[in-house]
Design a protein around this ligand. Structure first.
Ligand SMILES: CC(C)(COP(=O)(O)OP(=O)(O)OC[C@H]1O[C@@H](n2cnc3c(N)ncnc32)[C@H](O)[C@@H]1OP(=O)(O)O)[C@@H](O)C(=O)NCCC(=O)NCCS
Length: 413
């Protein structure tokens, strides 16, 4: 789950004041095993619910209103993948002014949701019984996530969506409860998820930053604005990138890199307080090259052929541009994971910008997590207007605290 963010010029970053931004009442979330805004610092780190067994979990799906039914969305079936794509591209996350809406491609959804260890029953749809129209969706995929010293078998929850015509009818809590039941039935009791909206209670809050690659289009469509005292010509010059990359040995990641890539990633991710752990088959899946879905590049040492020293990856998440006379789609690359050992971080991300620009992306987005703060300004990223909150289900951080962006090592799509 994501928050939409577009470029904003010149806003200062403030510390997050959760209590001030929170609603007075969260009728659903106050009933769930999640950290609450009002709780103090006395809680110990770990599960919130008393331990349960699979037999304690109800066997029947939750009741839906009479005219709806649950449906497993088997994305291996292209027609079903197309239905989920349609639902999301018409009803998923928009910016506050309804100028843009995320448009995850069907291929992206397949890559993301048919990952190693996926379960089809965790791709949960709601259909209208009479017409079979898909009107709701939520997904879970398995992941091993370390929170400080504990590595926990969790799921990542994503793509919660209710059709616009069925909003505010409490269908979202039903989708959340049903996916929780199905995940609990598999003896998994924790989840990680992100959202732009503030819910009880974030473990971390990050911000999006945006690097213009095609500034003219971004300004034309209202994604960003011409800075004061800047002309279009000067802006284009400011963001111009070379045609070729700088780092010797940079090449597309290949399946036979998987052992080295897994080691490189896990070693690096070990320094953060919230981070995934990848098994080799997971790394092989997440760090591949699929056009317009995911791109992964590695540096193979020019002096030691075969030795992979660095990695950078970005995924593709276009947005529909709503109601613009000329442009219909914004092509955005999102920085995924980057690990360096032989070259400066800034240099490798610069090369990723070059690669994205030559592939026709309009903008390159990155969060201020991991060590990203060290390159964002110099590489001409501008701060976005949206926050992205990270949440854990049935897991409390000890001491009532939250994790700083630079201690977050987890990127969800
Ligand atoms: C998010 C969405 C599914 C919520 O459905 P809805 O019809 O607006 O709201 P419902 O009446 O069904 O449910 C309201 C409850 O869901 C919660 N909720 C809203 N957005 C949520 C989110 N992103 N994640 C988890 N819970 C959310 C609300 O806080 C509320 O619970 P509360 O009473 O404890 O505060 C729907 O607005 C939607 O599809 N939006 C566009 C896509 C989107 O933003 N998806 C989430 C991406 S993170």
């Amino acid at each position: 789950m994501e928050g939409f963010s577009s470029a904003e010029v010149g806003r200062k970053q403030c510390p997050v004041d959760y209590k001030r931004q929170a609603k007075d009442k969260y009728a659903f979330w106050e009933t769930q095993p999640v950290a609450q805004f009002r709780e103090g610092s006395e809680g110990v780190e770990g599960p919130i619910d008393a331990p349960k067994t699979v037999d304690d979990v109800r066997s029947e799906p939750y009741y839906l209103p009479e005219s709806f039914e649950w449906s497993i969305c088997n994305l291996n079936d292209d027609a079903v993948a197309e239905e989920v794509y349609e639902l999301l591209s018409n009803n998923y996350v928009e910016d506050d002014d309804s100028m843009f809406r995320f448009k995850y491609s069907a291929n992206f959804l397949k890559w993301c949701l048919l990952c190693p260890g996926h379960r089809l029953e965790w791709l949960v749809g709601v259909r209208v019984k009479a017409s079979q129209k898909l009107v709701g969706f939520i997904s879970a995929i398995p992941a091993h996530i370390r929170v400080r010293d504990n590595t926990v078998a969790m799921v990542e929850i994503n793509f919660l969506c209710v059709h616009k015509k069925l909003r505010a009818k409490r269908l979202a809590p039903l989708l959340i409860k049903e996916i929780t039941r199905r995940v609990n039935k598999c003896n998994i009791w924790q989840a990680a998820y992100t959202a732009g909206v503030l819910l009880p209670k974030p473990v971390a809050t990050c911000r999006y930053y945006h690097r213009s690659l095609n500034p003219r289009k971004l300004i034309d469509v209202g994604f960003s604005r011409l800075a004061p005292r800047m002309t279009m010509a000067r802006t284009i010059k400011l963001y111009k990138l070379p045609e070729t990359t700088f780092t010797p040995g940079l090449r597309e990641c290949r399946p036979d890199d998987v052992q080295q890539v897994t080691k490189l990633l896990n070693k690096h991710l070990g320094v953060y307080k919230l981070a995934p752990k990848f098994m080799p088959e997971e790394a092989a899946h997440w760090f591949q090259n699929i056009d317009d879905v995911i791109n992964t590049f590695v540096v193979e040492s020019p002096s030691t052929p075969g030795h992979v020293t660095d990695l950078v990856s970005f995924y593709t998440l276009p947005s529909s541009i709503l109601g613009h006379p000329q442009h219909t789609e914004l092509k955005a690359a999102y920085l995924y994971y980057v690990v360096v050992s032989s070259v400066p971080l800034r240099q490798l991300v610069f090369d990723a910008l070059v690669l994205a620009a030559t592939r026709g992306y309009d903008v390159f987005n990155a969060l201020d997590l991991m060590q990203n703060e060290t390159f964002l300004r110099e590489l001409k990223f501008g701060q976005g207007d949206g926050q992205l909150h990270y949440y854990l289900y049935n897991w409390r951080l000890g001491g009532g605290c939250s994790i700083s962006p630079q201690d977050v090592g987890l990127v969800l799509m």
